[in-house]
Design a protein around this ligand. Sequence first.
Ligand SMILES: [Zn+2]
Length: 112
Amino acid sequence: MTKKRELKVYGVWAGNSRGVKEDETMCVKTVHDTGYLSHGRQCSRKRGHGKDGLYCKQHDLAAVKMKDDEKRKKWREGNENQEAIRRRLEILQKMARGIHTDKLKKYKLKPC
Ligand SMILES: [Zn+2]
């Protein structure tokens, strides 16, 4: 890196127009505490992950994205499994119906 990245400023609002300067040892992600007085502050976890090592483990974008992909993959696999089960069930039902109809024919009974 040749050009120094400009430091971020957090929590700028009418009551604190200068905000809070970025702590260069902490994750750069802006987090919002719950409550109406939240103006966003710097994540309080140590950085060292993600792009340029600027993020904490939790906010490492690559890790977050990977987790999402994993979730999506699992969800898709789950759906595929359900689809396979549904198809198998359909075949079984058809088979059962077929056997039933065959028996009816064999005993010359009317289908119900
Ligand atoms: Zn963080």
